[in-house]
Structure formats: C-alpha cells, structure tokens
Write a protein that binds this ligand. Sequence first.
Ligand SMILES: [Zn+2]
Length: 345
Amino acid sequence: MKAVYFYQHGGPDVLEFGRVSTPEPGQGYVLVRLRAASLNRLDLWVRQGWPGIKLEYPHIPGADGAGEIAVLGAGVSGWSIGDRVVINANLSCGSCDYCLSGFENRCRKWGLLGETQRGTYAQYLALPVVNVYPLPAEFSYEAAAAAGLVFHTAWHSLIQRGQVRRGETVLVVGASGGVNTASIQIAKFAGARVIVVGADARKLALAESLGADVLIDRSRDENWAKAVYQVTEKRGADVIIDNVGTTFPQSFQAAAKGGRILTVGNTGGARFEIDNRFIFSKHLSIFGSSMGTRQDFAEVMELVFARKLNPVIDRSFPLSDARAAHEYLEKGEQLGKVTLRIDDD
Ligand SMILES: [Zn+2]
C-alpha cells in the first residue's frame, strides 16, 4: 500500500511517501481502506519525538481517518465489507478496571493511533473493530476525519469532565485550533455564553462565525483577564478552557469563584508557574483529560453527523504531500483542520 512514514525523528523532511506492506487484520480487528485523514498537532510532536518515545519503524503518523471496511478479521460480526466508518483513535485493552467502568481513555494499557501504533496516513489501517464507528452515506470522509479527535477530546472535557451547563459563562483561551473551534461549538450547544480570547481579528472572526458571544483580541488587549472581568460584571468565567498551559495565571485571574479550569493539552509549553493563592481563595478546580470514552465518541459524532456541530476545514492536501501539510500546520496560520485525501494511487 501507499503510505507516509518516517524512520527517524526530525522536521517535515523526514516524512517519506512510498510503498509499505499492507497490514493484516487479526482476531477482532478490521482492515479499513482509508479515504481521508486529518492532521493534529500530536502528529508534529510524534514526528519530532521526545525523550523515551518508542516507535515501531517505519512509523506511520495520523490519529484521524475515515474510509470503508475492506477485510473483516476473525471473530468480527455485525459489520460488512464496504461499510463506511470513522475512526476512534483511542486504543484500550477492554478488560482493565478503568475500561470495565467505561473510562477507556484511562486504560492501564492506553494507546493512541499514530503514536503508540501505526496510524492513518496510509491507504489501509488494521485496527480493533471497537475503534470504528458507522459513518452515514451522505457525510463526507474528509469532514468525518476532521471531526474525530478534536470533537471527541472537547466533548469529554466540556461535557463529561467540566459538566458545562446552560446559562454558564465559558471562556475559551485561543480561537482557531481544532479543539478550540470544537469547544466553542459544544459550549454553545450546551447553552453557555461563550467568550473567546484570540490572537488576531482573523481568528476571532472564525470564533464569531461558530457562535462566540464575546470576542477579546489579545493583540490589542494584553490584559485579557481584566477584559473578561469587565464583560462578566466583575464575576469572571464559570468554566475556562485553557489548552495553552502557560496562560494558566491569566485564566486563574479570569475565573469566577468556584470556577472550573479544563485542560487537554499545553500548546504553549508544559511547565509554568502558578500562584496557588488563586486556587484556594477562589475555590477553583482544575480538570485534566485526554481523548474520550467510546460513549463520548458515539454521542459527539451523532451530533456532527446531524450537523449540530461542524468541523472547520482549512485546507486539504493529497497524501503524497503530507510533508507540505506538516509545514503548513507548523506555521500555525490555519483556521481549522488540515486534511489529507487518500486516493487510489
Ligand atoms: Zn483497559
């Protein structure tokens, strides 16, 4: 099969496009003929590597994808060859205490497609049948691939962990990334008032088009925590979605008493100082999470298929141009998701 892979960590130039052997689906697995994939920042980090990361080479990146079932492995029932599917990248054992209590994303043997196993930048992918979800005929492979990881992650964070409720004020720190554009829509869907802090007018215009109620341009108003106070009658935000990390000091300032800070990542860097006095004196809670449960995936993808939540796609590249797609994502100027088309040759 054709695939994009690498043998060593580094910049986008380590990505190669060529032929590798097509995987075979084992017991309980299916082989999916992928038609689209989408990029996540995770793909860049895996490509760059970090101390202790162990990959099986050649490593194929990619967590998100959609296509149709090509081969059924032994013991798989309820599916047919040709069934359209979208992929849930969260890999779990299915038998540990966390899996049995429905928290597959806390699995003791947790893994992620494209990180701990070969991923979706390929014509074919073998994966457990529990990791595919039915894709309606009228919904495009590209939009499904663009929605998967970011909506799954944002849904678990806002709805399961953060319990965002109608009438609350939600502050989203960052306007244009995949998880943030999903979070804005999910917060609106939950009935919240949404404030977005963004880097420039272009990114804020996207947030507004997704339903954001209040826009704060941090290029013009550096002290955005104060701005949040002003637009909430000096109360602060009930829920703050902060996946930047280094902005936690401002997020603590912008939080209402009893506020919840939700985080699924740290695009600004992993280590930063926090002032603990904010946490106890304002009764703050910090909720971390990663990916989502199988139940979350089903719930949020049904809303995506019903077009109540809409993935934002910036640009599409053919699979053979994955290197250019990585370079584009690394520049950070995209508005929404960058996707890959996976053709027959
Ligand atoms: Zn498990």
